[in-house]
Design a protein around this ligand. Sequence first.
Ligand code: FES
Length: 133
Amino acid sequence: MPYPATPWTHCKTALKPKLTAMPIIHILPHTEYCPAGAQVRAAAGTTICEALLENGIAIEHACDMSCACTTCHVIVREGLTSLNEAEETEEDLLDRAWGLEPNSRLSCQAIVSNKDLVVEIPKYSINHAKENH
Ligand code: FES
């Protein structure tokens, strides 16, 4: 039996290049978290929230990334369609987020793929709004 033309398509490791991608997340300037903006590399398969925290950007994550708050809200300015789709629980929570926009995501639920992203952390979270306003 001859080998298929592309034998690696039968191998599960054929997916590996995608999983080992290290796209860049560009974070727009935020007065508290990164006044000059920042760029971080994120392994495909991690969430935006994990990538920011691993790189010293201490975005709020009050429910410990369990999709039960809105404090990790971000607005994805570029690359939104490369992320996994938001599930209903996330969509419901986002309705309560401060500064909701059509490109809003909960960063702890948004999984990075192999595309670079541009992300904005809103000026306030629900926590901030309650504390300061
Ligand atoms: S940290 Fe609570 S929903 Fe993301």
